[in-house]
Design a protein around this ligand. Structure first.
Ligand SMILES: C[S@@+](CC[C@H](N)C(=O)[O-])C[C@H]1O[C@@H](n2cnc3c(N)ncnc32)[C@H](O)[C@@H]1O
Length: 284
């Protein structure tokens, strides 16, 4: 009996090894998920006091809404993707599952608890071997052209700059501009951009303002998501958002005039506008 059992276990282990199915690693990954900041709803993870979780789920963001905005505008198949401030690598992973080619995610453990999630991304790739490249590096000092060269490309087709730019050299507009110029130069088609300000001027179908609860992510945004259902079309909001963006620091720093098309793709669950900054005009 004992020998039969031992042989069966041995067969399973050999079989898993042949198919490269990890036997132990998954536990490592779960342990890492428990240790790192749970921004992307990993199921477990560190969550600092004072931050707000999504109403359903364990983390801070739902992610899927922003992914939907991007894929409904841009075909990731075969594209080279750069995911700046990738955190746990969730968006890089989604891009790869959609058939992206060279896909590089960058985050930096040196900036504090949020950056530690890069460890999860690195480990995820070691486990899944999807061909993702993750870098633990400081975006403020990194040469993005070098990143492209190391990935074997001249430019990335698309760059994701989602909820990251407010972390870059805060208060130093010159450095922020230089950073964004680097992002612009390394991107061929489109930069997907979400910043940190909440859009409270939500308009309903009847043309009147929809009341939104709270003014920021710490103050109740997640208690009432009904604005998403009551909100009128994006077209109604697009010119308001773009007008406000053109009348703010974003006009110069994000070089909005350098893009062929700047489009509002939607509001994320944090009521932050998500924009597509297209270098050539899109027809959709
Ligand atoms: C608010 S999170 C956004 C994560 C992801 N982009 C998303 O939208 O779901 C900001 C991320 O940017 C990373 N980050 C901030 N400053 C950075 C820097 N100088 N270098 C690399 N990553 C940075 C943080 O560690 C964090 O993971």
């Amino acid at each position: 009996m004992y020998y039969r059992l031992r042989n069966s276990v041995g067969r399973v282990v050999r079989y898993c090894k042949q198919l490269r199915i990890p036997l132990i690693r998954s536990r490592d990954l779960a342990a890492t998920a428990r240790r790192v900041y749970n921004y992307h709803n990993l199921g477990v993870g560190v969550f600092p006091d004072g931050e707000e979780k999504t109403p359903h789920g364990s983390g801070e963001r739902y992610n899927f809404d922003r992914m939907y905005f991007m894929v409904s505008t841009y075909d990731f198949t075969g594209k080279h993707v750069l995911d700046l401030g990738c955190n746990s690598g969730w968006f890089s992973l989604q891009a790869k599952l959609l058939g992206s080619a060279k896909t590089v995610g960058i985050d930096y453990e040196g900036i504090g608890v949020m950056g530690g999630a890069i460890e999860y991304a690195l480990q995820l790739e070691r486990r899944l071997k999807l061909g993702l490249a993750f870098l633990n590096a400081n975006l403020e000092t990194l040469d993005l052209q070098n990143v492209a060269r190391n990935a074997g490309v001249q430019q990335f087709d698309t760059t994701l700059l989602l909820s990251v730019f407010h972390h870059i050299a805060p208060g130093d507009e010159e450095r922020r501009r230089r950073f964004f110029q680097g992002v612009f130069d390394v991107t061929r088609d489109v930069i997907f951009y979400e910043d940190h300000e909440f859009w409270n001027q939500i308009i309903g179908d009847d043309g009147t303002a929809v009341a939104v609860k709270g003014t920021g992510h710490r103050f109740g945004w997640n208690e009432d998501m009904t604005w998403q259902r009551r909100m009128a079309s994006l077209e109604r909001h697009e010119h308001l958002v773009l007008e406000q963006y053109l009348n703010s620091w974003r006009k110069e720093t994000l070089m909005l005039h350098r893009f062929a098309q700047v489009r509002l793709l939607g509001f994320s669950e944090k009521r932050r506008p998500v924009l597509g900054l297209f270098k050539s005009a899109v027809t959709q």
